[in-house]
Design a protein around this ligand. Sequence first.
Ligand SMILES: Cc1cc2nc3c(=O)[nH]c(=O)nc-3n(C[C@H](O)[C@H](O)[C@H](O)COP(=O)(O)O)c2cc1C
Length: 354
Amino acid sequence: MNYQRLRPLLFMLPPEMAHHLAILSMKFMPPKSVASDPRLATQLAGLDLPSPIGLAAGFDKNAEVPRAMFAAGFGFVEVGTVTPLPQPGNPKPRVFRLVEDEAIINRLGFNGRGMEYVVRKLADEPLGDAPNNKPGQLGVNIGANKDSPDRSADYRKGAKRFLPLCDYLTINISSPNTKGLRDLQQGDELQHLLGEVLDERRMWHEESGRQVPVFVKLAPDLEEGPLSEALAQLVATGADGVILTNTTIDRPHLLRAQDAKQAGGLSGKPLAVRSRIILEQAVGMLKGRLPIISVGGVHDGQEVHDRLTMGATAVQCYTNMVYRGPRAPSLMADELCACMDQAGQQSLSDIKKP
Ligand SMILES: Cc1cc2nc3c(=O)[nH]c(=O)nc-3n(C[C@H](O)[C@H](O)[C@H](O)COP(=O)(O)O)c2cc1C
């Protein structure tokens, strides 16, 4: 059935229930595999991507449907955030659709089945190592338990467990719904945490010969000074990329939906403005020293084209899956190709970077 027709029915359900239903339908009726246009092939931190459009973390927290998400057309899929121990997250309701704004507010608080469950999922259903049977690149996004006495140790545990099972690892220190988590984006705490994870990565490299890229996901609410400091630390410690950004605690004035004042992180179209600003700032600060994955309000292929033109290497999205449905990645890929046609660009490398 056409998603735009189904959407009013789905939107009658509470958002979390609709999401569970979406995951179930992806699991038991996975979409037919969409072939990527070869013009969209690109590289991210040494990883070959069939498309620069990736699935952002949070949609498939427990790695239930990565294969179906690749089939839907994503070039890379990030599962998680995964915490070492299972945890229930915040009390419900904790996800709100802002339909008039094509946005979502969530305060889930890292609800998930925990590391061992996700390890089993990924180990039981390997995506395949051979380049010709690999649908895209799989990332695991790791976090810390709410009540953990040592958050750095939680990230280290996640790294140790998932490095053998993923193509890249993301350190999520930017969710607004776990108290104090965003403090890890700064100073000694950031340095210590990165040191722990990168040490684990070095050990896995020595053991396996595989160097797994490590990305760090930051918040859109960082001012220019702290952003610059955090990026400088990522470069200095040897991280391989930065994901900009997570959801925002800010509320742009233009929001119209009734639930706009709910506490939590805002995502979707209204986040695009802030996400673009921070992308522009980071491009200027990094000067090509780290690839940037731009996230936040990436809604259509034009927006993907704009972010790549601004200097992002790849993009991710979540909220547009809710508003455009499971065909979103393939629609975006078609729209991106149309933008490239219009600009006379044969491949992504023809897109001019600043
Ligand atoms: C319901 C929901 C849950 C999310 N959970 C996570 C998460 O567990 N880890 C994470 O790094 N980001 C999480 N995010 C943030 C997204 O990955 C993304 O950074 C953000 O939504 C902005 O992209 P978008 O505007 O395309 O949705 C979540 C977003 C939503 C809407």
